[in-house]
Structures are given as C-alpha cells and as structure tokens.
Ligand binder design. Structure first.
Ligand code: SAM
Length: 329
C-alpha cells in the first residue's frame, strides 16, 4: 500500500470513516427484538477473526481514512481479553476514537480495564429500569448485574455514556420519562431506538413510531434541537440549560441513510456495507489466504463503492433474515 491515507467513499459520495467491529456473535441476553429464545446457531470459533486479524484489518481501514472504531457484538464483553484488543486498536495510527457497545452484564468486572485500554465512549443498552421488565424484554434476570455495570462505568470515568433504549409499543413505552429522569440524574445521554425488521424477532417485537414521542418530549420539557459529536444517526434534543440530551434513532419513521458514514464487520470477517441490505464481502478467505494488504484494501474499496444507497426496512420488511447480533449491532 502507498503511504498516504486515502478517503474511502461510496458511489453516493458518502465518506466512510467509521467501522463497527463485532468481536463475537454470542450474547448472554435474549432480547425479544434480537435473538430468538433457544437460538444456538452461532459462528464456530475457528471462524472468529483472531485479534491479529482484526488489528491487521483495522490498520488497513485506518490507512483508507477510517478513524473511528466501535467494538460490538453479540455481547463484546463475552470475548476473552477484550481490553487487550482495545489497547492494540487504540495504538493504531489514525484511529482517534475507540468506543464500545455493551449490555453491561459483565461491565462491573471490566470497566476499569476497558477505560485504561483507551475506550472513552460507551453505549449501554438498557430497555427498562424495572427488574421484571428486563427479564421480560431481555430474556434474563440480569437487572442487578446491569445496574452494577452501569454504575461501574460511571465510576471509571467514561464520557459520554449513552443509554440505548429500544422502545417497544405497549411494553416499555410508558417508561420513557422515568428513563429520562434516570439519565438526567446520572449525567447519561438517553437514546430512543425504533425496532428494525432484522430477522423474525425484529419484525414482531413491537415497533413504535418515535416521531410522536419526540414531539411530546419536546413540548413537555421545552427541549430544543441540537447536534452532538459522535457521527452517528441519532437526532438530538436537549434541555436549554444543557443538562440533559435525548437522541432518536429512527430508521423507519425518518431514515438517515443519506448521512451514513459506516460499515460493519462481523466476527467471521464478513464486511457489510449496509445494515439493511444483504451485500457483503468475505474478508476471512483473503486474510487467511495469501492476500497482501494492498489486495485487501482494494477489495474493501470495491465493496464500499457499491454500498447501497439505503435500506428498505419499510418497503421490504421481510428482506433481512440475519439478526442484529449476527451482523454486529
Ligand atoms: N450487546 C451489545 C449491546 O447490548 O449494546 C452490542 C450489540 S447489540 C446487537 C447493539 C444494539 O442493537 C443494542 O442497543 C440493541 O438494543 C440493538 N438492537 C438489536 N436488535 C435490534 C432491532 N431489531 N432493532 C433495533 N435495535 C436492535
């Protein structure tokens, strides 16, 4: 490869600067909108990219102009020695932003080491503050562990901490104000997410259009539009005194494909240029064959060049069969 970092752009002129890197497709929760109960068809360990392979790929991406990496899964903290991977990724020239998405069940044990390894920003999934509801929505009696994990993250000094709540009609949509109060009290940023029709679970879990919720919160709490750094798809409102922000991730009611700046890499080394389409590039055979970095970079360029213009979650809700946790959420 030549020595000059380059821009990675797609056929729609969107610049790709962000990779979501799945380190496992396994999860210790069974959220109703994600993995079906009893699901066992996980990738076999021999197909998981090794840390060396991930580091090599991230170096190549960094050379192509990517500077943000988010570790995700499955539940990333199930992958052994994750802080060691984080530290290696953080040391790659050009990577300026390393973040993690987690369900927090294992976070109490790992928060300090992850912070030390260079992860600064944390997204934590939390669909309810209520013990029984967590069990109902997330499929495990994990309330204490999740809360302990969130508080450990706060104590470890992650900033910002974003709380991701998937809002399900008739299940937790009555808890939005309480969740906002919790986030305000702890200095967290709340993000409300619409369910995406990924797999049968995503289609049937209880989609709620968040636009009316957004209008209600705006009027009721006197919130104003704002933009937060992070490069993600959320559209934010904030309190005029700046003490509270809430983001809306609304792929269905108001899609955000025009500003998409990311691609996803699943744990088996499949590159997905679009979460909501089936286009993919298998990088594992290249990594485990004799492909040079230049050959891998050029395969990535070609895959990104054909990144679909947008998902079709509305027009073709039955199209995507893989669950979110398989792609890397
Ligand atoms: N285990 C980590 C976590 O809980 O954040 C990372 C992976 S998880 C798949 C990433 C995010 O995807 C979570 O916030 C989860 O709620 C969300 N998610 C999973 N399936 C979804 C769906 N069908 N629609 C919308 N969000 C979904």
């Amino acid at each position: 490869m030549d020595n000059h970092p380059q821009d990675l752009s797609d056929g729609c002129g969107r610049r790709i600067e962000y990779v979501r890197l799945s380190v496992t497709d396994r999860c210790d929760l069974r959220c109703t909108y994600c993995l079906p109960k009893g699901f066992v068809a996980f990738e076999e360990p021999g197909h998981w990219l090794t840390f060396d392979e991930m580091v090599r790929l991230v170096r190549i991406f960094a050379h192509l102009g990517v500077h943000r990496i988010r570790l995700t899964g499955g539940e990333p903290l199930l992958r052994r020695n994750l802080p060691a991977l984080a530290a290696r990724l953080n040391a790659i020239p050009g990577i300026t932003d390393l973040s993690l998405s987690t369900n927090a069940t294992q976070l109490a044990r790992h928060a300090a080491a992850l912070r030390h390894a260079g992860i600064s920003r944390l997204n934590i999934s939390l669909d309810s503050l209520k013990r029984e509801r967590i069990e109902q929505i997330n499929g495990r009696a994990a309330h204490e562990r999740i809360m302990a994990g969130i508080m450990a993250a706060k104590a470890a000094g992650f900033a910002p901490i974003k709380i991701n709540m998937v809002v399900l009609q008739g299940i937790n949509d009555d808890e939005i104000d309480e969740m906002a109060g919790f986030c305000l009290a702890h200095g967290f940023i709340l993000r409300l997410i619409e369910t995406m029709p990924m797999g049968e679970t995503g289609r049937t879990a209880g989609y709620l259009d968040l636009q009316p919720v957004r209008r209600r919160l705006k009027a009721h709490f006197g919130l104003i539009d704002t933009v937060l750094p992070g490069g993600g798809p959320a559209r934010y409102l904030k309190a005029p005194d700046g003490r509270f922000s809430v983001g809306f991730i609304t792929p269905l009611s108001q899609h955000f494909c025009d500003t998409c700046n990311r691609v996803r890499l699943s744990v088996d080394g499949t590159l997905y240029p679009c979460l909501g389409q089936d286009n993919s590039l298998a990088l594992r055979p290249l990594l485990r064959g004799q492909a040079t970095d230049a050959a891998i970079a050029s395969a990535i360029r070609a895959a990104v060049a054909s990144k679909p213009a947008r998902h079709e979650f509305r027009e073709a809700p039955g199209k995507i069969l893989r669950f979110m946790s398989q792609t890397g959420g």
